[in-house]
Design a protein around this ligand. Structure first.
Ligand SMILES: *[C@@H]1O[C@H](CO)[C@@H](O)[C@H](O)[C@H]1NC(C)=O
Ligand SMILES: *[C@@H]1O[C@H](CO)[C@@H](O)[C@H](O)[C@H]1NC(C)=O
Ligand SMILES: *[C@@H]1O[C@H](CO)[C@@H](O)[C@H](O)[C@H]1NC(C)=O
Length: 494
């Protein structure tokens, strides 16, 4: 039973690592701190290997708890002593210890576990996006802290530097990423001073701070390290020593993902899960449960709706519904003609949509006027349809697919908002292929809609159709089964 909050695992023997982590994962519910304790002081290399073995192994054995390898405890035994006092349970390898048994007391008789001849750097620097700290980040930050004697400077990429990343809309805000880095570093090593700062270019403080000694990079960013030194040379700053750490590989990954622990993998894992709780909607009846589905043009909304229909949802496509409200006899028909004139009526007595389009798409005010006629009528129709789906077809969950949902203010009509995002350049490509548009035309269509980042900020669950059909299907299934659980359909069926 995992009934201790915080644990400390002292590892003296790496060959027992897997057994030790298995035991700890059974007893500890939230935080597991790890102190690596070789018999004699060791070179950095040995600690690097231990760090990477421990973290890799923890992914497998302790997936549900926050595992942190302590750095300060390798530097001073006072730090280890205070840790022992501040946890609920102590392990030495695969044994549970009374927190201050003779065995533990003997362990803390040391000055430092770092080889005295290894260079300690007064000022260490590193950089990254640090989105949702994962094992790779933890290793990078720890390796830097391990080598730092006084100060560690961390550059965190500002928004201008993340646009080329995969699913950039899901990257956490800069302030949150900075806070996470600070919190982690202060937790694993409180003996050094941290400066965690935003950076707007790949060089950050390395191009302005002469007092730096060592830069820590990953194999992937080694070239960046050389570039930093070129720039420092030009400025007559002293060149930095470069320490490059290998990337951590994880074994089984989907083919859509990168074959390493990465933030973009983590962002992909968010797809199809509820990453933000919905606002309570006390004004809405409990049933039917209404999910607004939003997303830009060519983002794959309709395909997604279809998937949910197959799983049992009622579906309303507001785009299609909108077509019907321009028909003669509809309230909307008369209101539009009253507003925009009888010239709009074609030989068959219908509203000439092309003519209307030409009027409103060149004049923002006119478009607003039209929307003010169309949106309330459309919403009325959609609500009727929702009730029909619930009463007649007994659909307890209804998906309201509506590109205009946010602009029209219909969020309050929905229990949750789900959305589809794809990068703009992909939307343009799809539009050109699907609708036979020129690039200019496709871009113009896209320009009139809200940004993905706005879409995400209104969403409780996000999907992306950027990858294979199967991967989109998997996202849909994940979202649907989580939804049924949330709504207490215990059998997993509605
Ligand atoms: C640290 O180790 C030294 C021996 O190397 C010992 O004298 C001292 O008491 C230890 N400190 C703590 C806090 O246990
Ligand atoms: C550190 O270097 C000194 C002088 O070069 C040497 O005598 C000593 O044995 C070294 N210590 C270790 C732990 O290697
Ligand atoms: C695509 O558009 C071009 C130019 O507008 C036109 O010549 C061509 O016939 C169209 N192709 C299809 C398949 O509609």
């Amino acid at each position: 039973m995992a009934n201790f909050n915080k644990g400390l695992l002292i590892i003296t023997c790496l060959s027992k690592l897997s057994a030790s982590l298995t035991l700890a994962s059974k007893k500890i519910a939230h935080h597991l701190y790890i102190h690596y304790h070789p018999k004699e002081p060791q070179k950095y290399e040995k600690f690097s290997k231990a760090l990477s073995s421990i973290y890799s192994c923890s992914i497998e054995m302790c997936g549900n708890i926050d595992v942190r390898v302590l750095i300060s405890t390798m530097k001073t035994n006072a730090s280890l002593m205070s840790r022992i006092k501040n946890v609920d349970l102590v392990f030495v390898d695969d044994q549970i210890e009374n927190s201050l048994s003779d065995k533990t007391l003997s362990i803390i008789q040391f000055e430092s576990l770092l080889d005295e001849n290894e260079t300690r750097y007064n000022n260490v620097v590193l950089g990254g996006t640090f989105d949702r700290l994962h094992v790779g980040h933890k290793i990078l930050l720890s390796e830097a802290a391990l080598r730092a004697k006084q100060r560690l400077v961390v550059g965190v990429t500002d928004v201008n530097m993340i646009t080329s990343k995969k699913l950039p809309e899901l990257v956490l805000p800069l302030e949150k990423r900075i806070d996470d880095v600070k919190e982690f570093l202060n937790d694993v090593d409180n003996t050094i001073k941290y400066e965690v700062v935003p950076i707007q270019d790949p060089f950050g403080p390395t191009a302005s701070d002469p007092n730096l000694d060592l830069i820590v990079v990953s194999d992937e960013t080694l070239k960046g390290g050389y570039k930093v030194n070129e720039i420092r040379k030009e400025k007559n700053f002293r060149e930095l020593e470069i320490y490059s750490i290998p990337l951590v590989e994880i074994k089984e990954v989907l083919k859509e993902k990168e074959n390493k622990v990465s933030s973009s993998n983590q962002r992909m894992d968010i797809l199809g899960t509820q990453f933000k709780e919905p606002q309570p909607r006390p004004d809405l009846p409990q049933w039917p449960y209404i999910i607004g589905l939003i997303g830009g043009i060519a983002s794959g909304k309709s395909k997604m709706s279809e998937r949910f229909m197959k799983m049992g949802a009622g579906i309303i496509d507001c785009d299609k519904l909108a077509h019907s409200i321009y028909e003669p006899g509809e309230e909307c028909y008369y209101e539009i003609i009253k507003e925009f004139g009888e010239d709009l009526i074609d030989v068959n007595g219908r509203i000439d949509r092309k003519k209307l389009g030409a009027i409103v798409f060149s004049d923002k005010n006119k478009l607003q006027q039209l929307n003010q006629i169309v949106w309330p009528n459309l919403l009325k129709k959609a609500k009727n349809k929702i009730n029909e789906l619930y009463e007649k077809e007994k659909r307890k969950i209804v998906i309201l697919e509506a590109a205009v949902l946010i602009q029209a203010g219909w969020e309050k009509e929905c229990h949750e908002i789900w959305s589809m995002i794809i990068p703009p350049e992909v939307a343009i490509k799809r539009l050109m292929e699907r609708n036979n548009l020129t690039e200019v035309e496709a871009k113009a269509r896209l320009a009139s809609q809200v940004d993905n980042s706005v879409v995400v900020s209104h969403s409780n669950v996000v999907f992306s159709s950027l990858w294979s059909y199967e991967y989109s299907q998997a996202q849909a299934e994940k979202a649907w089964s989580e939804l049924l659980k949330r709504l207490n359909f215990l059998s997993g069926k509605i």
